[in-house]
Design a protein around this ligand. Structure first.
Ligand code: IMP
Ligand code: MG
Length: 172
C-alpha cells in the first residue's frame, strides 16, 4: 500500500507561485511571451501562475510521452500533441511540473528552439536533480526536492492524485 505524506503545503505553494510570477512579470515587462505548458502535469501550476502575472501572455500546450505508466523514465521522448501557435520570433516560456532525468525538457527545448523562438526559458514547479541525465538549466524553479516520488498539484502516479491541493511524497 502506498501512503502519502504532505511535503509542500497549499500556502507554501501559493506564496512561491506568486514570487515566481512577480519575477517573470518583471523580466518580461513590455513583451508578450507564449507560455507553453507541458501536458498534463503542468496545468494546475500554469493556471495559478498565469493569473498572478501582470503582463499579457498567450498560452499553448505540448504533450510528450517518456514515462509510460512506470515510475522510471523509458529514456525515449515522443511528442504526442504539438503546439498550435507560431513561435517564430516570440519569447517562449516552457512550463513543466517536474524535471527529473531532464530528458523530456531537453528534447522539447531543442525542438522549439529549432523553430526560431526569440528566446526560450524554462519554468518548473519542482527540480529533482537526483536522477538527472541531461543537463537542463531551470530558469525559474519553484522548489528543489532531493528525492522521492511526488504527487498532487498536477503530479500523478498512474493518473491518480493530480487534484490534491498540496504536493505529497509517496511512501511504501
Ligand atoms: P524527465 O524526462 O525524467 O525529466 O521526466 C519528466 C516527467 O516525468 C515529468 O513531467 C513528470 O510527468 C514525470 N515525473 C518525474 N518525476 C515525477 C514524480 O516524482 N512524480 C510524478 N511525476 C514525475
Ligand atoms: Mg508528466
Amino acid at each position: 500500500m502506498l501512503k502519502k505524506e504532505v511535503l509542500i503545503s497549499q500556502s507554501a505553494i501559493r506564496r512561491r507561485v506568486k514570487e515566481i510570477a512577480d519575477q517573470i512579470s518583471n523580466d518580461y515587462r513590455g513583451t508578450e511571451p507564449i507560455l507553453v505548458g507541458i501536458l498534463k502535469g503542468s496545468i494546475i501550476f500554469m493556471a495559478d501562475l498565469m493569473r498572478d502575472l501582470t503582463i499579457p501572455v498567450q498560452m499553448d500546450f505540448i504533450r510528450a510521452a517518456s514515462y509510460g505508466s512506470k515510475m522510471q523514465s523509458s529514456g525515449t521522448v515522443r511528442v504526442t500533441k504539438d503546439i498550435e501557435l507560431p513561435i517564430q520570433g516570440k519569447p517562449v516560456i516552457l512550463i513543466e511540473d517536474i524535471v527529473d532525468s531532464g530528458l523530456t525538457l531537453a528534447y522539447i527545448k531543442e525542438l522549439l528552439e529549432g523553430r526560431g523562438a526569440a528566446s526560450l526559458k524554462i519554468c518548473a514547479l519542482i527540480d529533482k536533480p537526483e536522477r538527472r541525465e541531461r543537463h537542463v538549466l531551470v530558469d525559474y524553479c519553484g522548489f528543489e526536492v532531493q528525492e522521492g516520488f511526488l504527487v498532487g498539484y498536477g503530479l500523478d502516479c498512474n493518473e491518480e492524485f493530480r487534484n490534491l491541493p498540496e504536493i505529497c511524497v509517496l511512501k511504501e
